[in-house]
Write a protein that binds this ligand. Structure first.
Ligand code: FAD
Ligand code: EPU
Length: 315
C-alpha cells in the first residue's frame, strides 16, 4: 500500500491540524500503522477533509487496523465537535422529558454516561462501559441488553458527501448494532432525548449493566469480534468449538470470554485476522463480524451514498 503523505505535520487551508501518526495509539486493541490524521473542529474543516478519500475514526474501540496503516485521510472530531451541552432545550423539553443541546460526535461516551447519571437523566445508562465516542457508538448503535444508543437520541446531525443533514431516529432503519446510517457519513453532533430520574436509580441500572460485563477480559481488545446470531451468543458458539485460549502470534482468544480477541503485547493485525478466519472455519454457523477491518471488507472509502438513500429528510 502506498500513501501520498505530506512530508510533515501541517495546517490545512481551513485550519485543521494534520499529522502523520501511528493509528495503534487511537485504538483499544493497540494495533495499526500510520495514516494522515485530520483533527477537525468545525464543519468547514470537516468539509475540506471530506473532499478527498477519508475514513472517520471514533474511540477506536471496534477497529482492527492493518499494520501498514491506511492510505486515506483519517478524520478525528475535536474541539467543539468533541464538546457537550447537556442543558435542557426549553422549547423541546417538558415534564420529565428532556432534550439536550448538541453533543459532539467526538465526545467520549463513558464520561457522558457518568455526567448524565449525576444530573439524574436516564435513557443511556445501559451503554455504561462502552469505550466509544458518541459518533462511533451512534453509528454502530452500540449497546447491551440493558439499553442502546438509540434509546436516547432525539436528533442527529450527519455530514454526508452531499452536505449536512439533520435527521431523527424515525428516519433511519436502525436495529441491533446497526444505525442504518450509510458508510462514509459522519455523525457530527446529536441531541439527546432523556428522562428525569433520581440519580441513585440511574446508578442502580448502570451497576446492573456493568455487572453483566464482569466476565469480559481486561486486556487490550476491540470488544466482541462477532455479532450475536439469533438465539445463541457468538461467544458460546466459539467456546463450544473449543477455541478459547487459541493463540496466533501475540493475539489470543480470551480464556474469559471466547468472543473477545486480546492483544498479549506486540500483536499484529495479521495475527487477529488469522484468529477470525479460524473461528469462521470452526464454528458451524455463519457469523457476522462486529469489528471493522481497515482496510478490508468494511472499507469506508467506498463510493459515497446518494442522499436519496435517506428514508426522509426533515427540515
Ligand atoms: P471506532 O472503533 O473508532 O469506529 C467504529 C466504526 O464507527 C468505524 O466504521 C468508524 O468509521 C465509525 N465511526 C466512528 N466515529 C464515527 C462518527 N462520528 N460518525 C460515523 N461513523 C463513525 N459495543 C457494544 O455495542 N456493546 C458493548 O457492550 C461493547 N463493549 C465493549 C467493551 C470493550 C472493552 C471494547 C474495547 C469494545 C466494546 N464494544 C461494545 C465495541 C465498541 O465500543 C462499539 O462498537 C463502539 O460503537 C465503537 O465506537 P468507536 O467510537 O470506538 O468507533
Ligand atoms: N458464554 C459462553 N462462553 C463464552 C462466552 C459466553 O458460554 O466464552 C455464554 C455465557 O455464559 C452466557 C451467554 O454466552 O450464557 C452470553 O454471554 P454474555 O452474557 O457474556 O453476553 P454476550 O452476548 O456474549 C453481549 C454483547 C456485549 C455486551 C454484553 C453485556 C454482543 C455481540 N455482545 O455479550 O457487547 O457487553 O452482552 O451486555 O452483542 C460488544 O458488542 O463488543 C460487546 C462487548
Amino acid at each position: 500500500m502506498t500513501a501520498d503523505f505530506q512530508s510533515k505535520d501541517f495546517q490545512s487551508k481551513t485550519g485543521a491540524r494534520v499529522e502523520l501518526l501511528p493509528l495503534a495509539r487511537f485504538t483499544t486493541l493497540g494495533v495499526g500503522g500510520e495514516a494522515e490524521v485530520w483533527f477537525v473542529s468545525n464543519h468547514e474543516q470537516l468539509a475540506e477533509a471530506m473532499a478527498q478519500p477519508y475514513r472517520i475514526l471514533g474511540g477506536g474501540s471496534n477497529l482492527v487496523i492493518a499494520d501498514a496503516g491506511v492510505p486515506e485521510r483519517v478524520i478525528r472530531l475535536s474541539g467543539p465537535l468533541a464538546e457537550r451541552d447537556l442543558t435542557p432545550d426549553p422549547e423541546l423539553s417538558g415534564g420529565d422529558g428532556i432534550v439536550t443541546g448538541w453533543v459532539g460526535g467526538g465526545v467520549p461516551l463513558p464520561g457522558l454516561v457518568r455526567a448524565l447519571q449525576k444530573l439524574g437523566y436516564s435513557n443511556l445508562e445501559g451503554t455504561v462501559g462502552i469505550p466509544a465516542q458518541v459518533g462511533g457508538a451512534v453509528w454502530m448503535n452500540a449497546g447491551t441488553r440493558y439499553g442502546e444508543m438509540f434509546d436516547g437520541l432525539h436528533t442527529l446531525e450527519i455530514a454526508t458527501p452531499d452536505g449536512l443533514k439533520v435527521v431523527t431516529p424515525d428516519d433511519l432503519r436502525w436495529g441491533y448494532r446497526d444505525s442504518g446510517i450509510p458508510r462514509n457519513h459522519i455523525v457530527t453532533r446529536v441531541r439527546l432525548k432523556l428522562q428525569r430520574t433520581a440519580p441513585e436509580d440511574v446508578l442502580a441500572r448502570m451497576t446492573l449493566a456493568d455487572t453483566a460485563r464482569k466476565g469480559q477480559p481486561k486486556m487490550k481488545t476491540p470488544g466482541c469480534a462477532f455479532k450475536n446470531p439469533g438465539g445463541v451468543g457468538a461467544g458460546r458458539l466459539i467456546d463450544e468449538a473449543g477455541l478459547k485460549g487459541t493463540r496466533v502470534g501475540n493475539a489470543l482468544i480470551a480464556p474469559e470470554h471466547a468472543n473477545f480477541i486480546v492483544n498479549l503485547g506486540g500483536a499484529t493485525a495479521a495475527d487477529v485476522h488469522a484468529l477470525l478466519d479460524l473461528i469462521r472455519e470452526r464454528v458451524g454457523v455463519p457469523l457476522e463480524l462486529e469489528y471493522e477491518l481497515w482496510p478490508g471488507e468494511a472499507d469506508r472509502s467506498a463510493t459515497p451514498v446518494a442522499a436519496s438513500q435517506w428514508a426522509a429528510e426533515p427540515e
